[in-house]
Design a protein. Sequence first.
Length: 387
Amino acid sequence: MKDTFGPGETVLSNARLVLADEVITGHLVLRDGLIAEVGQGAARGGARGQDCGGDWIAPGLIELHTDNLERHMVPRPKVHWPHAAAIIAHDRELAGCGITSVFDAIRVGSMSGAHEKRYGRYARAMADEILSMRETGALKISHHLHLRAETCSETLLEELDEFTPSDRVGIVSLMDHTPGQRQFRDLQKYKEYICGKHGLAASEFDEYCAFLFGLHDRLGAAHEAGAVAAAKRLGAVLASHDDTTEAQVATSARHGIEMAEFPTSIEAARACHAHDIKVIMGAPNLVRGGSHSGNVAASALAEEGLLDILSSDYVPASLLLAAIQLGELWGDMARGIKTVTAAPARAAGLMDRGTLAQGLRADLIRFGQVGQVPTLSGVWVQGRQVA
């Protein structure tokens, strides 16, 4: 390693560096899109570069499951936004929140007739647009595909057949939004959700639930088996969603599931750890102090050591905020930050990022704090500042 730094390098000094298992005061050198040097104190040769004034430097945040793209696609019930514009807005918002790698959650499995406006078919077309934008360099951060396989639907298997290993799908998650179980055990909560978010008239709620029960009875088992097979065919990591009981977790384990998104009970989270399944909880749940659906609080799992990974879910800005809160709760900032960096990276098979270490991708963030609230002042992707 040379003692002076050239014009193609970035030096960040006088920072609190959040490493894998500790925080040190030191410097980083970025070169050719990679982290070239991590060290305590000043950089060699006296190069100061950007004096961070004691700010935190952490790896870029990695988001495995977010509804944010769907929010940009349908900003209000029955309002559909152009896909390309939605993808760009989503990308820029995530960059501004410190997220440098995202698995864009795309629903696979749609409905026809009267329900098509709420659950129409879009996955293949949306994936094509994301992949095209990625290839042309239109996106600031690293985008990957996450297929949310909705078993309570009409077209899941034929939609999954539209994807091939060349799409490099990263995650397939098993979704079952049949009312009365998992996330929506409380039918009143489900009614508030579906009528509020999707504009269903309250007078149509009972009829809609009956329709979903019928779909589940007729197609649920075949769709679940088909989604498991599709994940294997695509080479994707398989995830469960909203496991509630030990029996559901045991089924997940038999399927080869590696990640459990948002288990709804502490019993399910304990069972996940017993089966070596990583537990993902929503950052908004932690920030708000509880689940909006009335399920287990993320803080309760954190206190029992059952929370491995955080997801921003429906609020991108919650991801870093919640990680800092976990660092405070555990008395270990490195451990808190790991839930949004190294832990999701390893769970999703991204071995080239998620840690401040020599030779890894130079995806990182710089932030200060106002109390527990982070104030981002820099986001880098492969050594290039994007926010």
